[in-house]
Design a protein around this ligand. Structure first.
Ligand SMILES: Nc1ncnc2c1ncn2[C@@H]1O[C@H](COP(=O)(O)OP(=O)(O)OP(=O)(O)O)[C@@H](O)[C@H]1O
Length: 755
């Protein structure tokens, strides 16, 4: 029975079809699964045709309706049809005639190229074959900057990448003598090792700028374009091999040049093989979640790698798919659990855990879900401690209790100092004795020196507060974790086979100790996903000191799937000039700009209002405008720094007859009606995404909030960490936007804004 596969690049075209045409397409695609090959080819309605002058003898067109045509790759070997494109009838044949599919000789993926355009380019520049010495660069005409591989009715011949009816390409202008060939530094041998075939090798020798390469993207084989793009970005041959080529290579053996069937199944980044009629409908209608199926080869390699020899870390900017990789890793681990094994998937807040639970249920069947605990790290610690001390509870008012104690005992420091020593020195560094606290290195990095007497005084005070908390059977998270780690370290059998941590940047060292203690050290023990740019709590962590040895197993992701380039570039400005360190490490993080965005759109809108009522009015108009554009209310989120501001924004929008509801991230629910614009705090949007985000009141006195900042005279480093966390909070809020970002303030703007 024939199989159907769908090239994901044709999916946006589905949105352009009217309802009857969609139904006809669905009926047609079902036939590809249901009829025998002979019956299909002879089917009177489908009118499957080969193209007399086609570059690719396997390409066929079929009739969807009087105005729409489907293009597909028909099997020669094997039985898999690949739906390649949906086009208006009058342009389909031209487009299909120009295209050719090949199996990449190194990566084994199925790639498509505009063979006509590349052939014409070769004729214009016969010197290509001469290798690096060739200088005649063909320059495609037509609008530059057409999105790479953008599906659409336009012919993608580079002679006119985005205009139908292109004629012969313009004659190549003489190349400027100053511009050296773009790939002069890469030998033919290296290009070949990277999967560049002879035609593309000769072609790329003619290019002199990255811009030219990008303009040609729609005509180039997709994976070879990725290789060339990475080389043009300045990456070494070895790095391109490791990051682009190796993850795409088939795990077992090579794919033969004529084995299209295997190549189609192997091209998992672009192609989905559909298994039943419902799946066809879901895929075409966009009802399925792309992340469940399409992983970037780098993501797939990390998620499905059989063995990491110890803890592994996946980092990367916002929207690079770290959570997606973590979820797929859980899938892999759950599928390969030994008898009686369990996987822990954990994160910092209840809201994040709820969202992980929901998404995991979409990815793995219920029988596997049963082998996975999805809980916050605090809940894990509480459960471990409760097994021994059933009456213990988690305390959430720790800061206040320490402050009261400091006041009552008239300690000679600001009231928050005691808590800060407890949280950022004693429990963060795992100090358990007065002697340890008196060690000269115990407080390294703290800017307020404490002599031995002062340390004794602090230690005594902290011990008294802790004793009171123990008596009340209500422990703060830091002490709860210390107890959990101790209990686990004495157990012969640990609760987990593997631990996967998402949004790892916000965990306190005491929480890491629990996680470390919950899984036996060894292969695949800890899989950690996080991004220090998004650290919104002032915890600093050194994995090495915590016994989590990552060296050599740290992997950055560099493709952003969520946010448009315009929004991310602007948001990166919030962190510009701020040294951000790698998660759990002391190395500086890659600067903003090393991430590539898949999406493009309008720049963020910024508005500085004279006063708050004017800012509220403008916000209401902005939201109204988005709704008028057709953005669903639930795809819009307004975020503000505090609960009070959030409530006032929601009330104001409602007073303006706009549907607005307070969003509760913990329950992932909204007040009143689901059909409403979400209004929440900046902390509340962490881990989420929306088509449109409005950041309200990014004013100097709200961002940063100074109420709880450490006095710089007391500890400059601590204060800087607290400010960085608030800066990151703004960064996180802005990078939740997929397509639209609006940021407003009144009076003086926040100093964090890149204005
Ligand atoms: N390979 C992929 N193909 C298509 N979409 C993807 C892919 N990987 C991730 N996405 C989508 O990109 C968005 C961001 O992914 P995800 O939340 O995993 O990123 P993240 O790195 O964890 O983000 P953040 O750190 O900002 O919370 C999601 O909508 C996800 O579905």
């Amino acid at each position: 029975m024939p199989q159907l596969a769908i090239d994901a690049t044709c999916l946006p075209q589905y949105d352009k079809l009217d309802k009857p045409t969609r139904e006809r397409l669905l009926a047609a695609t079902r036939k590809f699964r249901e009829l025998s090959l002979d019956a299909l080819l002879a089917h009177p309605d489908l009118r499957i045709r080969s193209l007399p002058k086609g570059q690719d003898p396997r390409i066929r067109t079929f009739r969807i309706s009087d105005s729409w045509t489907g293009v597909m790759l028909a099997p020669e070997s094997g039985e898999t049809f690949l739906l390649v494109h949906l086009l208006p009838r009058d342009t389909a044949e031209d487009w299909a005639t120009d295209q050719r599919h090949d199996v990449n000789p190194v990566m084994g993926t199925l790639e498509r190229r505009d063979a006509t355009a590349l052939g014409q380019a070769a004729e214009r520049a016969p010197a290509h074959a001469a290798g690096p010495a060739a200088r005649a660069a063909p320059v495609p005409t037509g609008s530059p900057g057409a999105p790479a591989r953008a599906p659409g009715p336009a012919r993608t011949a580079p002679a006119a990448p985005s205009g139908a009816g292109a004629t012969a390409p313009a004659a190549a202008p003489p190349a400027a003598p100053a511009a050296p060939p773009l790939f002069d530094h890469v030998s033919d041998h290296d290009l070949q090792r990277l999967g560049i075939d002879p035609e593309i090798r000769d072609f790329c020798r003619t290019l002199t700028t990255a811009r030219e390469l990008h303009d040609w993207a729609p005509a180039l084989p997709q994976d070879q374009f990725e290789v060339l793009r990475a080389l043009a970005d300045g990456h070494s041959v070895q790095r391109v091999r490791d990051e682009v080529v190796v993850p795409r290579r088939p795990v077992v053996g090579a794919v033969a040049a004529d084995d299209y069937d295997t190549a189609i199944r192997h091209t998992r980044e672009r192609v989905i093989v559909v298994n039943d009629n419902q799946e066809i409908e879901d895929v075409l209608a966009g009802e399925f979640n792309a992340w469940r199926v399409f992983l970037h080869p780098k993501q797939r390699d990390l998620a499905y790698r059989p063995r990491f020899n110890g803890p592994a870390k996946v980092s990367g900017g916002p929207g690079t798919g770290k959570t997606v990789v973590a979820l797929h890793r859980v899938k892999y681990l759950a599928e390969h659990l030994p008898l009686g094994g369990r996987v822990l998937l954990t994160s910092f807040t209840n809201a994040l855990v709820e969202s992980l639970k929901r998404n995991l249920a979409l990815l793995i069947p219920p029988e596997l879900v049963e082998d996975v605990d999805v809980v916050t790290t605090d809940k894990l610690a509480l459960d471990v401690v409760k097994e021994v001390h059933p009456d213990i509870r988690l305390r959430t008012d720790t800061r206040g209790v320490f402050a009261n104690y400091a006041r009552q005992h008239r300690l000679p420091w600001p009231v928050d100092f005691l808590f800060s020593e407890y949280r950022h020195v004693i429990t963060a560094r795992g100090i358990t004795t007065l002697e340890g606290y008196l060690d000269p290195d115990a407080r390294a990095g703290r800017t307020t020196p404490l002599n031995a007497d002062q340390r004794r005084r602090v230690w005594h005070a902290v011990s008294s507060v802790r004793a009171m908390m123990r008596t009340s059977r209500k422990l703060p998270a830091e002490d709860l974790h210390a107890e959990a780690a101790r209990i686990l370290s004495e157990r012969a059998e640990l609760p987990y086979t593997n631990v996967v941590v998402d949004e790892a940047q916000d965990l306190h060292p005491a929480q890491w100790r629990t996680l470390r203690a919950a899984v036996p050290p060894g292969p695949n023990d800890l899989f950690i996903a996080g991004d220090n740019r998004q650290r919104i709590y002032d915890n600093t962590v050194s994995f090495k000191q915590l016994g989590i040895e990552i060296v050599g197993r740290s992997y950055p992701l560099r493709v952003n799937y969520r946010t448009t380039e315009q929004i991310l570039t602007w948001a990166d400005g919030i962190l510009r000039g701020q040294p951000v360190l790698e998660l759990g490490d002391s190395a500086a993080i890659e600067p903003g700009g090393s991430t590539r965005c898949v999406l493009s759109g309008p720049p963020p809108e910024l508005y500085g209002a004279p006063d708050e009522p004017t800012e509220l009015d403008a916000l209401a108009e902005r939201v109204r405008g988005w709704l008028a554009e057709g953005i669903e209310p639930a795809d819009i989120c307004v975020t503000a720094r505090t609960n009070k501001l959030r409530d006032s924004v929601a009330a104001h929008l409602r007073a303006r007859a706009l549907p607005a509801a307070i969003f509760n991230p913990r329950e992932h629910s909204v007040t009143d009606t689901a059909h409403a614009v979400r209004v929440t705090t900046m902390h509340g949007v962490k881990g989420l995404e929306f088509r449109a985000i409005a950041v309200f009141a990014a004013t100097a006195d709200a961002l940063p909030q100074t109420d709880h900042l450490t006095d710089p005279a007391l500890d400059e480093n601590q204060r800087r960490a607290e400010l960085d966390a608030q800066r990151s909070l703004l960064y996180v809020a802005c990078t939740r936007a997929r397509e639209r970002l609006y940021v407003s303030w009144h009076g003086a703007p926040s100093p964090f804004l890149p204005l």
